[in-house]
Design a protein around this ligand. Structure first.
Ligand code: ZN
Ligand code: CU
Length: 495
């Protein structure tokens, strides 16, 4: 190693197309890294790095922020998380759709959809601090900012889910949530569509969202209905944001079921109007198929269903539900009963709608990938390269710089991730070097676990985690605490 002066950067990446995350046009230049930060950018001909890499004109962008994940346990069980770093993702937001690994102690099989993230009761953490400390002790390759799930809170406080929480139960959930926020949780998600939370009235959510205001917390939601009552659900979400004074993010925005296709045009108008008076965001994944727990309620609205895992009949993972029913000599509904607990992919959105939501300037990108599924939806491995390759380069839905902004600076601001999501001196060196001409998703519904093409190098906190098609084994990721986050976190009063 050459001797280091205090001012000498550890690394200079030369001749890159610097896409800074703000949406500004890419500029040819160099970028220098020292320790975990970017220290200089532009023409750095006079600076010599401890190490030098030529980018040969490839795009260098802030690492992508996956705004919607279920990586809570995968961060511990598969800490290199190749499905994410191979896409250029350097930070994940966890705890979405109402489900998180903490804070919860249970002794039974986790009630679905909690089993999307953990299928053993011992895999849950009684406190948020214990969960974040586990990440500190055994860090993953990328950063994580973690939410508390409302369904997780319900599972800890209620003996039955088919009713509103009592005042006493709301008080208990609120105390657990506040403690988690003090310990570093960034907010609370809901999954009001799902059985354990569908009987929670709007007021229950408002009562739990309210205290987050003082903590600078965020509320994200898998809404009650993404089908014929989509507009009603968006109105409910807006009302929760308004009554609680907390920023809200609508998860995986879509209209499910043929008869509802096109509804996102109205919902986006509604969102646009509400944004004038409150903090409201949304994310989307770039596919026409959804994926979650296997549920007979979705059969009618889906043109095709693929089973992704099954506890009782794992041999059927990857097969179509109608084919499984045929094999078993029963109806699809009866097959569901035999397969559950299980997961599935549902073809239920329209391509027009997906493009319409993707095109909305305030839409962030979130994979919603399910890392423990035996035969996962390809969004787990393909979301970010699919936007940049298919939708940006091939379909020309919007410019490259704009796509990068929606994956970096926009989510960093929305979730208050301090000094991330932008290329600038002083920001963390979370970086992705990729080829805009060849970047592509290779994961398909048939073969879903394959890494993206066109990603040359991925760095997290100044260290390379992915290079030339493989994980390096480095694990420089950090559990990002709310108190250590940006404007919505760090600058808010702590209790
Ligand atoms: Zn969801
Ligand atoms: Cu989700």
């Amino acid at each position: 190693m050459p001797p280091h002066t205090a001012a000498q950067p550890d690394l200079v990446i030369r001749e890159a197309l610097l896409i800074d995350g703000t949406g500004a046009s890419g500029l040819r230049g160099d970028l220098a890294v020292k320790d975990d930060r970017i220290v200089a950018m532009g023409d750095l001909a006079t600076i010599k790095g401890g190490r030098e890499i030529s980018a040969n004109g490839l795009a260098l962008a802030p690492g992508f922020i996956d705004t919607h994940t279920h990586d809570d346990r995968a961060l511990l069980s598969d800490p290199l998380l190749p499905c994410k770093i191979s896409q250029g993702v350097t930070t994940v937001i966890t705890g979405n759709c109402g489900i998180s690994l903490a804070p919860l102690s249970i002794t039974r099989y986790p009630p679905p959809p909690l089993d999307i993230i953990a299928r053993e009761p011992e895999q849950f953490f009684p406190t948020f601090d214990q969960y974040l400390s586990a990440l500190d002790r055994d860090p993953p390759a990328l950063n994580a900012a973690c939410q508390v799930g409302h369904t997780t809170l319900r599972a800890g406080a209620m003996d039955a889910f088919d009713r509103p929480a009592t005042a006493g139960e709301i008080g208990a959930m609120r105390r657990v949530l506040e403690t988690a926020l003090e310990q570093g949780a960034i907010g609370m998600s809901t999954g009001l569509y799902y059985p354990p939370a569908k009987d929670a009235p709007t007021e229950e959510v408002i009562e739990l969202a309210k205290p987050m205001r003082a903590y600078g917390g965020i509320h994200t939601t898998h809404m009650r209905d993404e089908a014929s009552h989509l507009i009603r659900s968006v109105n409910e979400t807006i009302a929760i944001g308004k009554a609680s004074g907390v920023p809200v993010v609508i998860s995986h925005h879509k209209a499910s079921g043929t008869q509802n296709h096109g509804l996102v045009k109205d919902s986006l108008k509604l969102i646009d109007e509400a944004r004038k008076s409150q903090a409201l965001g949304l994310d989307v994944y770039p596919y026409v198929a959804a994926s979650t727990m296997l549920d007979a309620r979705r059969i009618a609205a889906s043109s095709k269903i693929i089973v992704t895992w099954s506890k009782s009949m794992p041999e059927h993972a990857g097969q179509a539900l109608d084919a499984i029913a045929k094999k078993l000599g029963c109806t699809m509904e009866q097959a569901v009963e035999k397969l559950v607990p299980a997961g599935a992919i549902y073809f239920m959105m329209s391509e027009d709608d997906v493009r319409h939501v993707l095109s909305y300037p305030h839409t962030m990108i979130g994979s919603d990938g399910l890392p423990h599924d035996q035969h996962p939806h390809p969004r787990l491995w393909g979301t970010f390269p699919r936007v940049l390759g298919h939708y940006v380069r091939d379909v020309k839905l919007f410019p490259l710089e704009e796509a990068v902004r929606r994956m970096t600076a926009l989510p960093a601001a929305q979730f208050g991730l301090k000094d991330r999501g932008m290329l600038r001196p002083g920001a963390y060196a979370d970086l992705v070097l990729f080829d805009p001409a060849t970047i592509a998703d290779t994961a398909t519904f048939e073969k879903p676990k394959t890494p993206a093409a066109g990603i040359a190098r991925v760095m997290v906190n100044g260290r390379t985690v992915w290079c030339d098609g493989a994980a390096t084994g480095e694990r420089p990721g950090r559990a990002l605490r709310r108190g250590a986050l940006g404007p919505m976190g760090g600058n808010m009063p702590l209790h």
